[in-house]
Structure formats: structure tokens, C-alpha cells
Design a protein around this ligand. Structure first.
Ligand code: PEP
Length: 251
């Protein structure tokens, strides 16, 4: 069964006390969200233990924003999949465009990261998406296909059940420019068909595909009404409990 998900990527925002407050505010307002919508928050690493503690036993899952591509050892500054699990995470975001753009995240690295995360029972939100130049050159379908083939095609249909795809056009992230529902739906439909080609119709039908890029309460309804859009990965609007919940109420 395909899951509907609204996930908040807090990026490098909030102090630990502010993050705990935000998590509590989201929890407080979450009671009206339909039970079939999964809520996830992804605070910075430093907040994970405190936020997971504040949300313990609740319907809100905790995600990291990244995870190391090595198990453990001399990798200064890295945070491993085991550490994330022990901190209370059940998800990790991987391959966010900001990591690809600023920190040299490659598809090859992502394969290692996804493999490690899954081996520790961490579910993965795998981000894909084209930049403005690629969109303007009409290459967006090819770029997204390559990202999916390079990473996801290394896994089995069984492993795919623990992976969620987030399509995030880079030109729409944090810019206030949202893809139109038509632009988003055509790529989501294409992603689902790529999954179907490789893994079959059941895997494609079960795959949760999120949209990300300046999603807010005012545009979420139209996006989520599309048949292949199963929720959102939310950046800026996830920093305000009312906006995040407003988006989750848009199904
Ligand atoms: C994101 O970075 O994942 C994102 C979708 O950001 P924003 O909602 O701020 O565009």
C-alpha cells in the first residue's frame, strides 16, 4: 500500500531548544491530520536525541538529513547509520540537492549510503531533481532518470519498500518558485514508470513519491491532488508548525 507522507527538512536551522519547541508544536497540532498521512521531521544531527525524546511514542517519525557512507572509524565529522538509529531516527534523507551541490555527494556515494542505511533498518528519503540549466535545456527527464538508475537500480524490489523518492527541482528549492502541478505530475508519472520498467507494476504502485520545492499551505492542495504525488518534502515551511500542519491537512 502506497503511503502518503509529509516530511519537514529543517536544514541548518534552529538551536536545540528551538527545535524541541518546534517538534512539540507540530505534535500538538498533528491530531487533525488523517491517520493515513505519515509525518516526519528531519532536524539537524545535534537535535536528534532531544527531538526523538519529545516525540517518543507519537505518530511523528524522526529523520536525519544525511548519513555517512562508512560504518564507523576515522571519519571526522561524519555521523553513521548506527548512530542515527541509536539517536531515535527511523529515516534519513539522502542525496538532497544541497548535499550534491555543496558537498560533492555523488550517485556512487549514495549507493553506499543507501545500502548502509537499509542494512540498519533506516528508511531512506532519496532526493532527485534537475537544476535550472537542465530544465531550460529540456533535460529534466534524462537527469532524473539517470539519478534513479544510478542509485535505485542497485537495489531489489524488496529493498525499495524502505525507500521513498523525493522529486525536488533544484530551481524551486527555497526560491519561492514552485513547479506547477502539471510540471510536477509529469515528472512524478515518469519516475513511477521508470520504477515499473525495472521493478514491475506492484513496486511502482507502492512507491511513495514526494514533491519538494517551495511547497506551502497555499499550493499543497493542488500538488497533492495529482495522482502520482504522494506528499511533500518541505523546507522553509517546515520551520513554522502552523504551515507544516497546514500542508499536511491538504490531502
Ligand atoms: C528542501 O530543501 O527539501 C525544500 C523543499 O525546501 P523549500 O521547501 O524551502 O523549497
Amino acid at each position: 500500500m502506497r503511503k502518503f507522507i509529509v516530511a519537514g527538512n529543517w536544514k541548518m536551522n534552529t538551536t536545540v531548544p528551538e527545535g524541541v519547541e518546534l517538534a512539540k508544536a507540530v505534535l500538538e497540532k498533528a491530531k487533525d491530520i488523517p491517520a493515513n498521512v505519515e509525518l516526519i521531521v528531519a532536524p539537524p544531527f545535534t537535535h536528534l536525541v532531544s527531538v526523538a525524546d519529545a516525540l517518543k511514542g507519537s505518530r511523528i517519525a524522526v529523520s536525519a538529513q544525511n548519513c555517512a557512507d562508512e560504518e564507523k572509524g576515522a571519519f571526522t565529522g561524519e555521523v553513521s547509520a548506527d548512530m542515527l538509529v541509536s539517536a531515535g531516527c527511523s529515516y534519513t534523507i539522502l542525496g538532497h540537492s544541497e548535499r550534491r551541490q555543496y558537498y560533492g555527494e555523488t550517485d556512487a556515494k549514495l549507493v553506499k549510503k543507501v545500502r548502509l542505511a537499509l542494512s540498519r533498518n533506516l528508511k531512506v528519503i532519496l532526493c532527485v531533481g534537475e537544476n535550472l540549466k537542465e530544465r531550460e535545456a529540456g533535460k529534466h527527464f534524462d537527469v532524473v532518470r539517470a539519478q534513479i538508475e544510478n542509485v535505485l537500480f542497485n537495489f531489489s524490489a524488496e529493498e525499495l519498500k524502505s525507500i521513498v523518492i523525493a522529486y525536488e527541482p533544484v530551481w524551486a528549492i527555497g526560491t519561492g518558485k514552485t513547479a506547477t502541478a502539471e510540471q510536477a505530475e509529469e515528472i512524478h508519472r515518469c519516475i513511477r514508470s521508470i520504477i515499473e520498467e525495472k521493478f514491475g507494476p506492484a513496486a511502482a504502485d507502492d512507491m511513495t513519491i514526494l514533491y519538494g520545492g517551495s511547497c506551502k499551505p497555499s499550493n499543497a492542495k493542488e500538488l497533492f491532488a495529482c495522482p502520482d504525488i504522494d506528499g511533500g518534502l518541505i523546507g522553509g515551511a517546515a520551520l513554522k508548525a502552523d504551515d507544516f500542519i497546514g500542508i499536511a491537512l491538504s490531502f
